[in-house]
Ligand binder design. Structure first.
Ligand code: ADP
Ligand code: MG
Length: 616
C-alpha cells in the first residue's frame, strides 16, 4: 500500500496556539494536522513552572531556572501570581497571609509586586511566563506566533479575565479568546462531538482544586455549576510529607532544619519527587543529602494513602455541593474528566470514580489536557473564514421585555461565546394563552432605551391562573455570534424560537456609546426601574384582591377586616401614580397584611401565586 502526503498548511492563515496559564505550571500547545500537541521548551519539558525571577544582573528568568532561584533568591522570585490576577489589594488579604507576595503598592486598581529592586503588576509577571511560552512555540514551529487562546478558571470574573487578556497583550499576543479550563479539558477529549450530555471536570492541581459541571448541548458547553477550594492542592500533600521528614530528621540528627530556607527547599524537591514516583510505584525511598549527612526513608503506597486521605476527602464535599447546585445526581453525569497533575495519584482516581460512579477519562496527560483543549479551540477559530464576524464576547447584554416596560437581562455583556443561559418566567394575566417574547439588546433598564432585535409569540399556552404558567426562555449564542432565542411552555411543551444576529449593523462606536449611555443614566434608570417594578407588583395584588372580593370568603370576614382591605386598596391606588417607589411598596405591604386572613380563609393560593415569579 502506498502512502502520500497531503499538505494541510495554509500560508495565508495565522497560527493560533493554545495556552494553559496555570497557578503552578503553564504550557503551550498547537494543532498538528489532526491532533493537538504540546510544545516542549529548550529542556524538552512542556511544563513551564509558573515562576518568574529577576537575576542580580537584571535579567528575567522563567520556569525551571526560576524554580531553582526560589531556593537561592526567594526575594527576587515570584510564584502563584495567578492568584492575584485582576484583584485589588482588599481582595487579596487572605492570599497575602499564605503566600510570600511582596506588595509594593496598589495604584488605581492593580496592585504592584516587588521583584528585587523592580516592581511589576500581576499581568506583567504573567506576561513574562507567556513570553517564554511564545518563544518556545516559535522555536518549535519555526514561525512567529502572534495569536493565542488562553484558558482561565470557570469562576474567573470579568476583572480576572481582563487581567489575563492584558497579560497576553503585554506579551505581544493577540488573545483570540479566553476559554474556561473545564471546557478546554472537555474539548481535548472531543466530548463536544457528543450531541448532549453532562460532563464533570475534576481539576486537582498544585495549589487549587476546581470542580465544574458542564452541560453540552449541540456542541456548546454551558457551565452549570462550579465549586472547589482555592487553597487545596498538591502543595498540601508536599507540606504534609515535608513536615514529617523534618520531624524525622530532627529526631535522627538532633538538628532542626525548619528555619533553614535552603535546606527546606531542597528537601521539598526530594519530597515532591518521591510523591510523583509513588503514583507509579508501590514504594519509594526518600533520600536527602545535607552537610555530609544522609536521611533515607522508605515510603509505601498504603502508608502514603493513609496520610493523604484527609486531603483527598476535602475535594469530595465541593463535588457533592456542585452536583447539588446543578440539581444533578451522580447518575446524571455522563462523563468525568480528570485534570491537574495531582489526579495522577491512584487514590485520587479511585475516590473520584467512587463518587461519580463512573470511570473517569485518564487517556490524556492530566497536566496537559487543558492546553491541548485550548489548541483545539484555537484551531476551530483559525479554521474559520477570515472575514466572518467572530465575536469574542457579547458586546452588549441581551434580554427580554417583562411587565412594566422593563428589560430582564438573560445574557450579560461580555459573556464569552458560545454562550447560553436559561430563565423561567411566568404569566401576568389569568388564562393567558400566548406571550410575546420581545428580544432586546442594551444596558439600559427600560425597553424604550434598548435596541429591539426581534419579537415572536409563544402561542397555545395552557390557560392557567396568573403566575402558574412556567415559560422557559433560552438564549444561545453560537461561536459566530448568532443568537437563537427559544421559549417553551414547560407544562404544555409548546416551543417557539427565533434566530437573530445581535451585533448586526452595530459599529464599535455605537456599542461604546450604548455602554457609556447606560453608565450615564444608571441612576435615573435605577429609580425608574424600582418604580415600574413596584407598579407591576401593585397591579398584581390589586387584580388579585379585586377578584378575591367576589369570593364568598370575603363576605365571611368580619366587617373590620373588610374595611381594612378596602382602606388598603384605596391607599395603594392613591400612591400608585406617584413617583415614590418606596411608598408604593409600603402600601403593597399594608394591603398584603390586610388580606392575610382572607387569603388563609380562601385556602386558595391564587393571591400568593399572582405575586410569585417574573411576569412576561
Ligand atoms: P496547576 O493547574 O495548579 O498549574 P498542575 O495541573 O500542573 O497545576 O499540577 C501540579 C501539581 O501536580 C503539583 O502539586 C505536582 O506535584 C502534582 N503532580 C504532578 N505529577 C504528579 C504525579 N505523578 N503524582 C502526583 N502528583 C503529581
Ligand atoms: Mg491547571
Amino acid at each position: 500500500m502506498g502512502t502520500f502526503q497531503i499538505d494541510f498548511s495554509n500560508s495565508r492563515k495565522q497560527r493560533v496556539v493554545g495556552i494553559d496559564l496555570g497557578t503552578t505550571n503553564s504550557l503551550v500547545a498547537y494543532m498538528d494536522v489532526t491532533a493537538p500537541k504540546v510544545i516542549p521548551g529548550e529542556d524538552g519539558e512542556p511544563l513551564v513552572p509558573s515562576v518568574v525571577s529577576l537575576t542580580e544582573a537584571g535579567e528575567i528568568i522563567v520556569g525551571n531556572p526560576a524554580l531553582q532561584a526560589l531556593i537561592t533568591h526567594p526575594d527576587r522570585t515570584i510564584y502563584s501570581v495567578k492568584r492575584l490576577m485582576g484583584r485589588g489589594i482588599d481582595d487579596v488579604t487572605e492570599e497575602l497571609k499564605l503566600f510570600p507576595f511582596r506588595v509594593a503598592g496598589s495604584g488605581e486598581s492593580v496592585l504592584k509586586l516587588s521583584l528585587g529592586e523592580k516592581t511589576f503588576s500581576p499581568p506583567e509577571i504573567s506576561a513574562f511566563i507567556l513570553r517564554q511560552l511564545k518563544r518556545n512555540a516559535e522555536a518549535a514551529l519555526g514561525e512567529e506566533v502572534r495569536q493565542a487562546v488562553i484558558t482561565v478558571p470557570a469562576y474567573f470574573n470579568d476583572a480576572q479575565r481582563q487581567a489575563t487578556k492584558d497579560a497576553g497583550r503585554i506579551a505581544g499576543l493577540e488573545v483570540q479568546r479566553l476559554v474556561n479550563e473545564p471546557t478546554a479539558a472537555a474539548l481535548a477529549y472531543g466530548l463536544d462531538k457528543r450531541k448532549d450530555g453532562v460532563v464533570a471536570v475534576y481539576d486537582f492541581g498544585g495549589g487549587t482544586f476546581d470542580i465544574s459541571i458542564l452541560r453540552l448541548h449541540e456542541g456548546i458547553f454551558e457551565v452549570l455549576a462550579t465549586g472547589g477550594d482555592t487553597h487545596l492542592g498538591g502543595d498540601d500533600i508536599d507540606n504534609l510529607l515535608l513536615k514529617i521528614a523534618l520531624e524525622d530528621i530532627e529526631s535522627e540528627w538532633k538538628q532542626d532544619l525548619s528555619g533553614n530556607g535552603e535546606a527546606v527547599q531542597t528537601l521539598r524537591r526530594a519530597v515532591i519527587n518521591a510523591k510523583h514516583e509513588l503514583s507509579r510505584l508501590p514504594a519509594v525511598t526518600l533520600v536527602f543529602d545535607y552537610a555530609g549527612k544522609q536521611y533515607r526513608r522508605e515510603l509505601t503506597r498504603p502508608v502514603f494513602e493513609k496520610l493523604i486521605l484527609p486531603i483527598i476527602e476535602r475535594t469530595l464535599a465541593p463535588c457533592r455541593h456542585c452536583m447539588n447546585d446543578a440539581g444533578l445526581e451522580p447518575e446524571k453525569i455522563d462523563e468525568v474528566v480528570l485534570v491537574g497533575g495531582s489526579t495522577r495519584i491512584p487514590l485520587v482516581r479511585a475516590s473520584v470514580e467512587r463518587l461519580f460512579r463512573a470511570k473517569p477519562h485518564t487517556e490524556l496527560n492530566p497536566d496537559q489536557v487543558v492546553a491541548l483543549g485550548a489548541a483545539v479551540q484555537a484551531a476551530i477559530l483559525s479554521g474559520d473564514v477570515q472575514d466572518k464576524l467572530l465575536l469574542d464576547v457579547t458586546p452588549l447584554s441581551l434580554g427580554i421585555e417583562i411587565m412594566g416596560g422593563l428589560v430582564s437581562r438573560i445574557l450579560h455583556r461580555n459573556s464569552t461565546i458560545p454562550a447560553s443561559a436559561t430563565e423561567v418566567f411566568t404569566t401576568a394575566v389569568e388564562g393567558q394563552t400566548n406571550v410575546l417574547i420581545h428580544v432586546l439588546q442594551g444596558e439600559r433598564e427600560l425597553v424604550k432605551d434598548c435596541r429591539s432585535l426581534a419579537r415572536f409569540d409563544l402561542k397555545g399556552i395552557d390557560p392557567a391562573p396568573a403566575g402558574l404558567a412556567r415559560i422557559e426562555v433560552r438564549f444561545l449564542i453560537d461561536a459566530n455570534g448568532i443568537l437563537n432565542v427559544s421559549a417553551r411552555d414547560l407544562r404544555a411543551g409548546k416551543e417557539q424560537s427565533v434566530e437573530v444576529k445581535p451585533s448586526y449593523g452595530l459599529t464599535d462606536d455605537q456599542v461604546e456609546a450604548m455602554i457609556l449611555e447606560s453608565i450615564d443614566k444608571a441612576q435615573d434608570d435605577f429609580q425608574e426601574r424600582q418604580l415600574r417594578e413596584a407598579r407591576v407588583e401593585a397591579d398584581a395584588i390589586l387584580a388579585a384582591v379585586e377578584k378575591a372580593r367576589q369570593n364568598d370568603a370575603y363576605f365571611d370576614l368580619e366587617e373590620s377586616d373588610r374595611d381594612l382591605i378596602t382602606r388598603g386598596l384605596n391607599e395603594l391606588l392613591v400612591v400608585y401614580h406617584g413617583e415614590d417607589h418606596l411608598l408604593v411598596r409600603a402600601k403593597i405591604d399594608q394591603l398584603n397584611q390586610a388580606t392575610m386572613k382572607l387569603a388563609e380563609n380562601m385556602m386558595n393560593t391564587a393571591v400568593n401565586q399572582a405575586l410569585k415569579g417574573t411576569k412576561i
